[in-house]
Design a protein around this ligand. Structure first.
Ligand SMILES: [Fe+2]
Ligand SMILES: [Fe+2]
Length: 137
């Protein structure tokens, strides 16, 4: 019998009120939950890696877009915010490289790290940036 999949739950407090950001955040959370469901149904390694690539792609694209938005908005706190993105970006890219060279890789540890990071970042740096954007309207 398949294990019940762990799910990374969306919190209403994550909503920033900036449509482009919220859409991408939802996509990132959905891509993590696809991986959890695949793990629970015992999916094979190529499937897991392909889903990991979707998650990594969504996340890296989001960071690129959000950083471009910070730049165009003249956001003063861009440097520390980018540095925080770099923490997760580096971690997931290192994971992907390691997964390619080993036959087995467990995404569980990376996902736990990513979920903690995203929870803190959505509620902290991203809400602060969204507040800045709203204050300019
Ligand atoms: Fe961010
Ligand atoms: Fe974000």
């Amino acid at each position: 019998m398949a294990r019940r999949a762990h799910q990374f739950s969306w919190k209403s407090a994550y909503d920033t009120g900036v449509a482009g950001i919220d859409q991408q955040h939802h996509k990132i959370v959905a891509s993590i939950n696809s991986i959890h469901r695949a793990i629970a149904r015992g999916a094979d390694q190529p499937t897991l890696l392909s889903l990991m690539d979707d998650f990594i792609g969504e996340t890296v694209q989001h960071f690129t877009d959000e950083e471009a938005l910070m730049k165009s908005a003249g956001y003063g706190q861009m440097a520390p915010h980018r540095l925080d993105h770099t923490l997760l970006r580096t971690r997931i890219q290192n994971f992907r490289r390691a997964a390619e060279s080993e036959r087995h890789s467990d995404p569980g540890e990376l996902l736990a790290y990513a979920e903690d990071w995203l929870d803190r970042h959505f509620l902290g740096a991203d809400k602060t940036f969204a507040g800045y954007l709203h204050s300019r309207q």
